[in-house]
Write a protein that binds this ligand. Structure first.
Ligand SMILES: NC(=O)c1ccc[n+]([C@@H]2O[C@H](COP(=O)([O-])OP(=O)(O)OC[C@H]3O[C@@H](n4cnc5c(N)ncnc54)[C@H](OP(=O)(O)O)[C@@H]3O)[C@@H](O)[C@H]2O)c1
Length: 313
């Protein structure tokens, strides 16, 4: 059996284990949440975000399903409500500051804030073996800057609690800094992005603007960026780096004001984003996000997960 087959077998075994784990109900001792716990999900009208909303509602949370297209969001809530649950729609486009501001105001006035933020909204324009950077600025604007804007807007609204606020960023293994395949081959940049001391928002932003500048002048192909889905991979690399950075900043908060921030890769999931290719169902793609949101251990922050296990950045 080749390495690829072995990896596939390992993944399938792990997914089977998780399917079993999902059938075990949370005990009262694990269940820190209630129907007063407010979870906000971006891009909740379809795909993994929709499924996270469904699973949260089934666990009894108050779920704010957001979507940039109001009619798609209203329809999604209508469908989910057929199974019961407390779901509310609000319009939210993560790259539109006035949409974010209106959402902040509404959330504060109606729910006094939130407990869980799922930064799920994202775009990808590469399919199969394509590696077009035609939409690079949109990909980076949405996946990284949109996630960052939402995180910044929601942090002041995360309610103080003993359980702590939670932010979960949906990322991708394609954005791994030190993965064997598809990593940045510029060693000095990789080292700077890996190092706690040199990692900064400025470094992340500068890395992305250098790439976008090279897309403009056509020099990006030979500049040492990831080989596959280059724009998407870099956007997720930035999300991962930002997650580590924010975890460090947020760790200074006092007991009762704590916020954990983690990211995860949902695997290759059958959604519109992959042209419905992929190995995983949306249930499987949503699973690690929901599991992370429900973790009791507040010391888990600034980490990267896949299939309910920590993986390397
Ligand atoms: N599918 C995979 O294999 C895979 C793998 C790794 C990571 N991910 C990540 O998982 C997340 C969810 O993707 P998915 O697979 O569920 O894809 P999807 O079905 O295409 O869903 C993406 C969602 O993001 C929304 N969105 C895009 N731009 C937005 C914006 N500016 N403001 C608000 N919402 C916006 C979309 O809204 P519209 O319906 O209006 O377009 C849609 O609801 C993404 O972050 C993606 O990068 C997916």
């Amino acid at each position: 059996m080749g390495n690829k087959e072995k990896a596939k077998e390992r993944r399938e075994k792990r997914l089977q284990e998780i399917r079993l784990l999902r059938t075990i109900p949370y005990s009262d001792h694990q269940r820190w949440w209630s129907n007063k716990t407010v979870a906000v999900v971006t891009g909740g009208n379809r795909g993994i975000g929709f499924e996270i909303c469904r699973q949260f509602a089934a666990h009894g949370l108050t779920v704010i399903l957001t979507s940039r297209d109001a009619s798609a969001g209203v329809e999604a809530v209508k469908v989910l409500k057929e199974d019961g649950g407390d779901l509310i729609f609000h319009q939210l486009d993560i790259v539109d500051s006035s949409s974010i501001n209106q959402f902040v105001k509404w959330l504060q006035e109606n729910y006094d804030g939130l407990d869980i933020l799922i930064n799920n909204a994202g775009v990808n324009f590469n399919l199969g073996s394509d590696n077009s950077v035609e939409n690079a600025s949109k990909v980076i604007e949405t996946n990284y800057y949109g996630t960052k804007s939402m995180t910044e807007a929601m942090i002041p609204l995360l309610k103080p609690s003993t359980a702590g606020g939670r932010i979960i960023n949906i990322s991708s293994r394609l954005g791994r800094l030190n993965g064997r395949r598809n990593r940045i081959s510029i060693v000095a940049l990789r080292e700077k992005l890996s190092d706690e001391e040199s990692l900064s928002e400025e470094l992340i932003d500068r890395t992305l603007s250098t790439f976008l500048q090279q897309v403009e002048d056509g020099s990006w192909t030979s500049a040492g960026w990831p080989q596959n889905y280059t724009d998407y991979s870099l956007s997720k690399l930035a999300v991962n780096a930002y997650t580590r950075l924010m975890a460090r900043k947020l760790s200074e908060r006092q007991e009762g004001q704590r916020i954990c921030i983690n990211c995860y890769c949902p695997g290759w999931v059958k959604t519109a984003l992959t042209g419905y290719a992929g190995n995983n169902t949306v249930e499987e793609g949503a699973d690690t996000g929901v599991w992370l949101a429900f973790l009791c251990d507040q010391s888990i922050t600034g980490k990267f997960f896949a299939e309910r296990r920590e993986i390397n950045f």
